[in-house]
Design a protein around this ligand. Structure first.
Ligand SMILES: NC(=O)C1=CN([C@@H]2O[C@H](COP(=O)(O)OP(=O)(O)OC[C@H]3O[C@@H](n4cnc5c(N)ncnc54)[C@H](OP(=O)(O)O)[C@@H]3O)[C@@H](O)[C@H]2O)[C@@H](O)CC1
Ligand SMILES: Nc1ncnc2c1ncn2[C@@H]1O[C@H](COP(=O)(O)OP(=O)(O)O)[C@@H](O)[C@H]1O
Ligand SMILES: [K+]
Length: 514
């Protein structure tokens, strides 16, 4: 706690500037203890500190931490002249607000005084245009799931202690955390807390985006939960997760060296989805790309990408493929269903996206066939598709994205990409990963089709399905980030532009240029 307070005071000092007034809100548990230590240290550094505690009584209830620590931190703050205020002083021009109300121990929606304090922090931050530093986790956000309560602190900065927690990186997490930093407090995860729920032992290198780089393993600190099975570990996707497959091409290679990708979709009115997937597969290196469009009126050539081999979808069932993508714009008619039945049992790696997932959710026989496949299967649902597959609701999926993705992976014996901010990749063996690349510019039509195309391209080039899923998701988001950094988005970013950016980045990765 003392180390957490030091780390927080250092960051607070840089955020508040000299001579500013700092408001600190302290809760009843160890997160509040961190706040008391921070307050004491900031006072020692001559900042004007106003500390408001949720409970002003000396007795503190704590959960998962030694209650004495918080009490001792409170006593030390008071002993050095700090005052516990009942309410937030009016008319102070705050330079910084520090949220030390709840961390990983949030056990219910904040109500009454807790909710009032959170609302006040948010309102004051808006009024004074000042930064809000959340200690460990913004109060109201579930650090395990990324689900935010209606009343949650909207931080501009979050300093997470020891390790990143999953909920800071997915769902609502990134929006409420602002810039995320992780301070290991000089501890390794095992030494820090023997009761960690996801005992990832390897360290996680910096994110693609430097300002918010978690530098520690992805763990949750909630000691109330039992440790999971060793396989059920969480990690942040990093280049290292799939780097062994990033390599330059041999000089003596030919198109047969990079496989044939077959993509089936594009019912009338939805040809664009299949074309985007096809173009992405081509530009990410598949040796040959066959596109089976259900809309036979489209013709036999895509004038923009004549390299794509367009065929009637029914004729592609017999095509030798190294990897198959079913679903972009597939529709849910009889033809689509028949193609699913024909192709689901095949011996090649299979990606199911979009309408193929919807068919899966309404046809139990197809679901059983997918579950018993011998070759690898990757499902790429967005939250709506995931909800249909789980016979659940989008809210339920979004309130625990890791659980939803993991449940789908078990149910279909497949690798599952649950898309959206902080995409989750749940592998069939129980491991799960969070992706930290990508931006809201990707919330535009066709972006998921591009992901499917990238994925089938890697599979056709012989990548194992688990690493292909990790790489495709990471690359897809990183390409969109590059474009956004260059001003090509986030607003108006298109799926087609993302294909070209992904090709550029993938070539650089394979050449070892970055
Ligand atoms: N472990 C370590 O190694 C380290 C841990 N560290 C720090 O410890 C933090 C975890 O501390 P923690 O476990 O005490 O939980 P915390 O987040 O303070 O909240 C629990 C308290 O809040 C209460 N409460 C909950 N929800 C509520 C609500 N809606 N409305 C009202 N009350 C509510 C809850 O009450 P109860 O549920 O028991 O009734 C309990 O009193 C962690 O985030 C990090 O900051 C660092 O110092 C680094 C080393
Ligand atoms: N806010 C966001 N942050 C990061 N990635 C996002 C965001 N919104 C969308 N994406 C990504 O963009 C893609 C959208 O896929 P999907 O919803 O299937 O789109 P479509 O059906 O239009 O092709 C997914 O890979 C998703 O993870
Ligand atoms: K907090």
């Amino acid at each position: 706690m003392e180390r957490a307070g030091h780390a927080a005071a250092d960051l607070a000092e840089s955020l508040a500037g000299t001579g500013g007034h700092i408001l600190i809100v302290a809760g009843p548990g160890a997160n509040g203890g961190d706040a008391f230590v921070t307050a004491r240290l900031l006072r020692e550094r001559f900042f004007a500190v106003s500390l408001v505690a949720l409970t002003t009584s000396a007795a503190t209830a704590t959960q998962g931490a030694d209650p004495d620590d918080t009490a001792a931190a409170r006593v030390a703050f008071v002993a050095e002249g700090g005052e516990l205020l009942e309410s937030i002083p009016d008319d102070t021009p705050w330079a910084l607000i520090i949220d030390g109300l709840f961390g990983i121990g949030l056990s219910r929606p904040p109500r009454e005084r807790a909710a009032e304090l959170i609302s006040a922090m948010n309102a004051l931050a808006r009024r004074h245009a000042c930064p809000v530093l959340a200690l460990d986790c913004p109060s109201g956000l579930n650090a395990d799931t990324g689900h935010a309560q209606p009343t949650t602190v909207r931080a501009s900065h979050t300093l997470s202690f020891i390790a990143a927690k999953p909920g800071l990186l997915t769902g609502d997490g990134p929006d409420y955390c602002g810039q995320l930093r992780v301070d290991s407090l000089g501890l390794t995860s095992g030494a820090a807390n023997p009761g960690t729920t996801a005992a990832a032992t390897d360290s996680v290198p910096p994110r693609e985006k430097p300002p918010s780089a978690p530098s520690a393993p992805l763990i949750s600190l909630n000691t109330a939960e039992p440790p999971p099975e060793p396989a059920a570990q969480g990690h942040i996707i990093q280049r290292r997760s799939f780097a062994r497959h990033l390599r330059a091409r041999a000089s003596n290679s030919h198109k047969g060296s990079f496989g044939s990708a077959v993509i089936i979709g594009g019912a009338p009115g939805m040809a664009g989805a299949a074309l985007l997937a096809g173009r992405a597969a081509l530009k990410l290196g598949a040796g040959r790309v066959y596109l089976g469009l259900l809309d036979e009126r489209f013709g036999s050539v895509d004038p923009v990408t004549p390299e794509l081999m367009l065929r009637p979808a029914s004729s592609l069932a017999a095509q030798t493929a190294d990897a198959l993508l079913l679903g972009p714009g597939l529709g849910s008619g009889e033809t689509a269903q028949r193609l699913m039945e024909q192709l689901c049992g095949g011996p090649v790696p299979l990606v199911l996206d979009a309408d193929a997932l919807n068919l899966l959710s309404t046809h139990p026989a197809l679901a059983a066939r997918v579950h018993s496949r011998q070759a690898a299967t990757v499902l790429t649902p967005h939250p709506g598709e995931a909800a249909r597959l789980l016979a659940s609701s989008i809210n339920a999926v979004q309130s625990d994205r890791i659980a939803a993705a993991s449940a789908l992976a078990r149910r279909f014996n497949a690798h599952v990409v649950l898309k959206g901010s902080g995409s989750i990749v749940a592998l069939a063996d129980g491991r799960w990963f969070i992706n930290t690349t990508g931006n809201p510019g990707m919330a535009s039509g066709g972006m998921g089709d591009v992901l499917g195309g990238i994925l089938v391209a890697l599979l056709s080039q012989g990548w194992p399905a688990d690493e292909a899923a990790l790489a495709a998701v990471h690359l897809h988001g990183a390409a969109a980030d590059r474009l956004a950094e260059a001003g090509i988005g986030p607003i108006g970013l298109t799926a087609s532009e993302t294909i070209d950016a992904a090709r550029h980045l993938f070539n650089r990765w394979c050449a070892g240029a970055e």
